[in-house]
Design a protein around this ligand. Structure first.
Ligand code: KG4
Ligand code: ZN
Length: 345
């Protein structure tokens, strides 16, 4: 089914044209440059920027794929979780388009959609993998960090979640504390590659303590070490900064890998899924690959471009929902700033 998909939950406006898991065209406009000077996403600026981009990106993907509205089978849009004003832009556009065209539309859970990103493919790729369920899925992003048991692509059970900061938030806040700017994930990874992960002692929060996470203590420890060791006097990419980045990253990765392993073992899941913005991190991907090899289960990791927010993952999950008539979008559908992956609507 050809689906026009829209994503506007945070600071990326995205549109895609998908046919099941096949991505025919996609476009993303990142707002990172607009938010950088504030050190984080400013909701009002995000909403305005989505408004300026959403229709342009929708036209772009139709044009790039050589399709017209009349070719579509449905519309999919992120309904939550996310920033309310940002979500409303994509949803209002989708509602208007659905009313004007008579196409069915569905509201998609952004966090669930991240977990489907490893199963997307482009023309010319090998066919997307058909996994054996259930799968243990780690979705780690700037806004969310959760472990799920995926009974199929539509049915999720929450195994654990962060009790405070998301993993990406820990990367972003630590980078900010270290004077490295925003967003922090990629810059920490770059510095960490030149540092010694054993240089600073950082404890692994809640390592053997169930499947929930806690990341807020990590940034406090980073702040203390940064101050104690006078790292504000270091040049860009100095030895101490690289060591601190490496030590922080190792702690965050160890916790995520240990919880994914515990989830696999406690559920007997047949494979692991790694998705969300933080899944672009090479150290996390390496750790997840190593543990899956050790346990003899396949790892399905989203390719880095699809780890970040995108509309293709919304299109794929949306097509499955449309086929089942799940969570139809009506003119009265509301944006859900919080939305458990377990609830279909
Ligand atoms: O999934 P995403 O694009 O947006 C949300 O839904 O939040 O994730 C963005 C998050 C940011 O916190 C960013 O710092 C983090 O993903 N991130 C990374 C890396 N690339 C992006 N974290 C660690 N290592 C990376 N290479
Ligand atoms: Zn996301």
């Amino acid at each position: 089914m050809l689906v026009l998909a829209l994503e506007s939950s945070c600071d990326e406006t995205a549109a895609a044209l998908t046919d099941g898991p096949l991505v025919l065209a996609e476009a993303v406009r990142s707002q990172v440059d607009l938010h950088r000077r504030y050190g984080g996403v400013v909701p009002e600026i995000a909403s305005r920027a989505h408004l300026e981009a959403v229709d342009i990106l929708a036209s772009e993907v139709l044009e790039a794929s050589g399709r017209r509205l009349a070719d579509l089978g449905g519309i999919a849009v992120t309904q939550g979780p996310g920033l309310v004003g940002a979500l409303l832009v994509g949803m209002s556009f989708a509602k208007g388009l659905a009313l004007a065209t008579g196409l069915p539309a569905t509201g998609v859970n952004h966090v669930k959609a991240h977990a489907l990103a490893p199963f997307l493919a482009e023309a010319g790729d090998a066919p997307p993998p058909a996994p054996e369920f259930p799968l243990a899925a780690l979705v780690a992003s700037g806004g969310h960090t959760s472990l799920f048991l995926m009974e199929d692509f539509l049915t999720f059970r929450t195994l654990g979640r962060t009790l405070d900061d998301a993993a990406g938030e820990a990367f972003d806040k630590s980078a900010k504390l270290m004077g490295l700017g925003y967003p922090g994930g990629a810059v920490i990874e770059r510095l960490a590659a030149q540092g010694d992960p054993g240089a600073f002692r950082i404890s692994r929060p809640m390592l053997r303590d169930g499947l929930d996470f806690s990341f807020s203590g990590l940034k406090t420890r980073v702040a203390d070490l940064y101050r104690e060791h006078g790292l504000e006097r270091e040049p860009d990419s100095g030895r101490g900064l690289c060591d601190l980045a490496a030590s922080f990253q190792a702690a965050a990765v160890d916790v995520m890998a240990a919880k994914l392993e515990a989830a696999l073992k406690s559920t007997g899941a047949r494979g692991a899924v790694l998705a969300g913005g933080v899944a672009a991190n090479g150290a996390l991907r390496g750790a997840a690959a190593a543990l899956c090899r050790r346990l003899g289960v396949p790892l399905y990791a989203a390719r880095p471009a699809w780890c970040a927010d995108n509309a293709s993952m919304i299109g794929y999950l949306g097509s499955l929902q449309l086929a089942k008539g799940e969570n139809p979008l009506t003119p009265f559908s509301e944006a859900k700033t919080r939305w458990s992956a377990e609830c279909p609507a």
